[in-house]
Design a protein around this ligand. Structure first.
Ligand code: 6LW
Length: 518
């Protein structure tokens, strides 16, 4: 439903409109905000972090930066809470309108990750965080037979959401059901009781959602007898894995829903598309506990009466084709950069075209901002193509298209100078291994059409110039998968355009979903 790299969804409803935010790590702009009237189709309307003055992500290593956010609305104001994991810690941003502009981050002096706000009916605002919350005092009424690891759990405080000041606490209120990494907490109230929804088990194949309830936000917490209420840790054959980290929303029409993250593996245990956002109907059983999807399981196609659309069933991973000729006055907000807007990026004007260039940084730089723009790959079988005008100059000058996981994992088809002439090549980087395919000589001038064809097994690269077509080679999809990375990573493959030492103009960029392999 939000296919491709769109992890850690959080959702709120205002009237008949839903707002969603997802995590973004080292990508800029950060914290994409989406709008929907039916929970299935989402429009990207802005970003929580859209300027360097708000938050400077330069130097942020891949998969660090902005972790799981929460979005809430209270008395006409929107709040996003999030963690910048290495420098700022937990923070709040606010806006009058979810499109933005969003405020500068207000730091919150509470440890842990995944901060989430809850506004109680009496007007009090609570903030819960999860993960490694440190050596916190346990809320006395919550002492009990917990099985979780010391130092990890859920911390709760009362907060002033407009200043970030902690007014009471934080106290340790819960350690979860015993799964590793109790995190992603959200507090809700329903029919006079409080519910605490958690992610446990880690975001990988043991991921799950668990729920607890109490008569007070401070606990003591009673675990749902059916915990985990959502997990595919024992469903080896499901096309959706790693489900967890959810948020619950009621649709105003009497139905509840969960948005959560999940991955669609190529074939277990590898996935390249990143952690994606899924929608599941949520019902309440006779004892008042939530039931997610079909008995705690998700399917690619599920029944449920979507709000406003009136559809009886919905499908994850809908067709996702797009085209950009860069004709508008601004770059469309679907494009992401690495850590910040690259220098030298410009739109060519009414004739169309995106100019990239002048920078020294390349795709393997660990903390720099190369001249790169990208969009998540959101289907297994698809074709990404771009037309490029580029005359390579000095040594090391190149431009092209990339299937980019992060600085250690990327395949790119590029144009550069080889043997004194202009040539096209494929380079593949996996871990610290870099290989370059044979150089295919090109005419000195003229536009080049570069193409990446993806399926579950391979990325195939080719190039067209002066009506001649050349194959540049292939790279295994397995080289660009989360499970194969040398450090813990949380992202997915992007299709990107890039330029190093020189100036390239890209036009007519498209991605066509071939619809197979879902
Ligand atoms: C996030 C944590 C998680 O903050 O992974 O899946 C972390 N859940 O809750 C990074 O997205």
């Amino acid at each position: 439903m939000l296919p491709g790299f769109h992890p850690d969804p959080s959702v709120c409803r205002v009237g008949g409109t839903f707002y969603l935010v997802t995590s973004s790590f080292h990508y800029f702009p950060g914290l994409p905000v989406w709008r929907s009237s039916n929970l299935a189709e989402w429009e990207l309307i802005g970003h929580g972090i859209s300027s360097r003055e708000q938050l400077d992500l330069s130097g942020t290593p891949a998969s660090r930066g902005l972790f799981a956010p929460t979005i809430r609305e209270h008395r006409g104001r929107f709040y996003i809470t999030c963690t910048e994991v290495d420098r700022l810690g937990n923070f709040i941003i606010q806006a009058e309108r979810p499109e933005g502009p969003w405020s500068k981050p207000l730091p919150i002096a509470q440890r842990g990750i995944d901060p989430s706000l809850f506004f109680d009916e009496d007007g009090a605002a609570y903030l819960c965080t999860g993960g490694k919350v440190g050596d916190l005092a346990t809320m006395p009424r919550c002492e009990g037979a917990w099985r979780g690891e010391p130092g990890f759990g859920i911390a709760l405080s009362v907060i002033n959401p407009d200043s970030g000041e902690i007014l009471e606490g934080p106290w340790l209120i819960c350690r979860g059901s015993g799964g590793r990494w109790p995190e992603g907490p959200h507090l809700y109230s329903r029919e006079g009781r409080y519910y605490l929804l958690l992610a446990e088990g880690g975001t990988e194949y043991g991921h799950m959602a668990t729920v607890f309830r109490a008569d007070s936000p401070w606990g003591p917490w009673e675990a749902c007898p059916r915990n985990p209420i959502l997990s595919h840790r024992d469903c080896a054959r499901s096309p959706i894995q790693c489900v967890g980290h959810g948020d619950i929303v009621d649709d105003g029409g009497g139905n509840s829903w969960m948005l959560c993250l999940g991955v669609r593996p190529l074939g277990p245990p590898l996935h390249n598309l990143g952690r994606e956002t899924f929608l599941a109907p949520l019902t309440w059983d006779a004892e008042g506990w939530p039931v997610v999807g079909r008995g705690g399981r998700l399917e690619l196609e599920m029944d449920g009466l979507l709000p406003s659309a009136g559809d009886a069933s919905f499908r994850s991973g809908t067709l996702v084709s797009w085209r950009d000729e860069f004709r508008g006055p601004k770059l469309s907000r679907e494009w992401s950069f690495l850590r910040g807007r690259p220098e030298g990026l410009a739109l060519a004007g009414a004739r169309g075209g995106l100019v990239l260039g002048s920078g020294e940084a390349g795709l393997s730089d660990e903390t720099a901002t190369p001249a790169f723009v990208g969009r998540p790959q959101s289907a297994f079988d698809c074709v990404f193509e771009a037309t490029m005008e580029f005359e390579p100059g000095a040594e090391g000058s190149e431009a092209g298209v990339a299937a980019y996981y992060d600085d250690s994992y990327h395949y790119e088809a590029f144009v550069a100078r080889r043997g004194g002439g202009r040539a096209a090549c494929l380079r593949k980087r996996v871990h610290d291994i870099v290989v370059e395919g044979p150089a295919v000589p090109l005419p000195e001038k003229g536009r080049v059409r570069l193409k990446i064809s993806a399926d579950r097994d391979l990325y195939s690269f080719s190039c067209e110039c002066d009506a001649s077509r050349f194959r540049l080679g292939t790279g295994m999809t397995a080289g660009l998968c989360t499970e194969g990375t040398w450090r813990q990573t949380f992202t997915g493959v992007f299709f990107g355009l890039y330029c190093r030492r020189g100036r390239a103009v890209f036009s007519d960029v498209s991605c066509v979903d071939r619809g197979g392999g879902r």
